[in-house]
Design a protein. Structure first.
Length: 535
């Protein structure tokens, strides 16, 4: 059995090549994809700072802006570099996302093989990460560069931490801090990483004195840390710089998201509903991992019945109790489950950002914990089987083939806005975000009457959605129908009174209508808003 888990450099190279092929085959089609109308305009094709490529002005902007409700300068710099290299070709940024996903897949495999000496479970974790269809959104959506970029630095930080744990030194610890800081500058999702490092201290690194998992060479779970174990308090103290960076990132992120108006208030979405949605969503993600239903890019927020929340809470409590009870015998269960629960906290909806109930992209890092449970669990479950190798090889091949096919199909929906949002409506039913962005796509293609119909469908579902009023007003103004345009533009301003873009659109409509006095009054108000906002 020990021989079954022994790693060799040759096998690692072969597995890396197989993983690379597995990633490239379903995802290479993204080279022919277009941008979509959801966020890609803000991040790339209508963003002058990004379109200008890497400039000193752009670098300063990246580190000081809270554009799009986020502070992630490294993400902005990566988009600028794309523009510098690829120009207007949308396939270039898509390929960059793909390359980061590929790099993370390989590094994830090498990390787990390094710290556990368990080659095949490590390969399975990486293969599931590479091919699970819920990860398509993070890779195929250019605006989610922050996902794939931050995940790469997440895994690189774990790699550096494993080196530090094996042979502590100031330089190795500085490498951990640097990689962690770079990850936070790509996406604040990394704020939970210091807690994950504490989990790794338990298993597989075995650094916590008095909490050593049971050794089992057959499962490849023997601790691989340095010679001395430490008390839990000392390990927490060791990570104070990381916790400090995470706390600072949380403050910056909350400020950026509130400034961008993307954080829902407790009045509009009460705390009880947030907890209910969080409990149910935790369980839904697990179900989706094992049996992905048709996936959509936007799942609208809706009230959750109390009984569903109660049932979900009981399920989560039962699983948590079970894995903790087996923590010494099967440490990967506790580590994987707590990884999943903990890394989901920033995106589970307790601080509700946007109007989505859940999002496939939020599983990109958290699912690694569940993949650990599956990969090591099946090897433990089948340890006494006579034909374990053959059975597991066939089972893994069938599972990964199914994931490959589901991922290929799901990637295809991201070809352009029309295919993506049409598919989303088929999956979710009437969906105001899908209607709205289909409408914007129709505007971009010059189909104004179709766009008007879609914007009206948006408002029928979400009558307080300011962007639809603004866009509908702009379409009417473009048609010269100012009697319809001006009321819609004014309503957008009433719903979002600090949005300067809406005022500029109203001023332009007045100008085109020949009402110069009204246009001048709106522009004067814009100047007042700019001065009051310190712009």
């Amino acid at each position: 059995m020990t021989q079954f888990f022994r790693t060799t450099k040759g096998l690692q190279v072969i597995i890396c090549l197989l993983l690379a092929g597995a990633v490239l085959l379903p995802y290479i089609q993204v080279k022919d994809f277009d941008y979509i109308t959801f966020d890609d305009n803000m991040y790339v094709y209508e963003n002058p700072q990004v379109l200008n490529g890497l400039t000193w002005t752009g670098v300063k902007w990246a580190f000081t802006t809270q554009h799009a409700g986020n502070w992630h300068p490294l993400t902005w710099l990566s988009h600028m570099l794309d523009s510098q290299i690829f120009g207007a070709w949308a396939g270039g940024p898509h390929l960059t996302n793909l390359l980061f996903h590929l790099a993370s897949t390989l590094l994830l495999f090498l990390f787990w093989a390094r710290v556990t000496q368990a080659l095949w479970p490590s390969a399975l974790v990486a293969a599931l990460f590479a091919l699970h269809p819920l990860h398509v959104e993070s890779v195929a959506w250019v605006s989610e560069r922050k996902d794939v970029l931050s995940a790469f630095f997440w895994i690189a930080t774990m790699w550096a931490y494993a080196g530090y744990a094996a042979s502590p030194s100031a330089w190795r610890y500085l490498a951990v801090i640097l990689l962690f800081a770079l990850g936070l500058m790509a996406k604040p999702m990394l704020v939970t990483l210091p807690f994950v490092l504490l989990l790794l201290d338990y298993w597989p690194l075995g650094r916590i004195r008095g909490l050593t998992p049971a050794a089992d060479l057959g499962r490849g779970t023997t601790p691989t840390a340095g010679p001395a174990r430490q008390g839990f308090g000392r390990l927490i103290f060791e990570k104070i710089p990381l916790f400090a960076l995470a706390f600072l990132s949380c403050l910056i992120t909350l400020s950026a998201q509130r400034g961008g108006g993307s954080v829902l208030s407790l009045v509009s979405w009460p705390l009880a509903q947030r907890f209910a949605n969080a409990l149910v969503t935790y369980v839904k993600y697990v179900v989706k991992m094992f049996w992905p239903p048709p996936l959509a890019m936007y799942y609208p927020l809706a009230p959750v019945p109390w009984w569903q929340a109660a049932a979900a809470g009981l399920v989560l409590l039962a699983v948590t109790t079970l894995v903790l009870a087996r923590a010494r015998r099967s440490p990967y269960l506790a580590v994987g489950w707590l990884w999943y629960l903990g890394t989901m906290v920033p995106v589970i909806g307790l601080v509700q950002v946007g109007g989505q109930a859940m999002a496939d992209r939020y599983t990109y890092i958290p699912f690694i914990g569940l993949f650990l449970m599956v990969a090591w669990g099946i090897f433990e479950l089948t340890a006494s089987w006579r034909r374990q190798k053959i059975i597991l090889a066939v089972g893994a091949a069938v599972t990964l083939a199914a994931c490959w096919w589901a991922t290929w199909v799901q990637v295809g929906y991201w070809r352009n806005s029309e295919t993506l949002f049409t598919h989303t409506i088929r999956v979710t039913g009437p969906n105001y975000i899908a209607y709205h962005h289909l409408g914007t796509d129709m505007v971009n293609r010059g189909h104004l009457d179709q766009a008007i119909a879609l914007y009206r469908k948006t408002l029928a579902i979400a009558p307080s959605y300011a962007p639809a009023y603004n866009n509908l007003g702009c379409v009417y103004a473009r048609q010269g129908n100012f009697a319809e345009a001006v009321p819609y533009l004014k309503q957008a301003i009433r719903l979002a009174p600090h949005n300067l873009k809406y005022y500029r659109n109203l001023a332009q409509a007045y100008t085109d209508q020949g009402k110069k006095t009204a246009a001048a009054a709106v522009r004067e108000h814009i100047r007042w808003l700019q001065s009051s906002q310190g712009r």
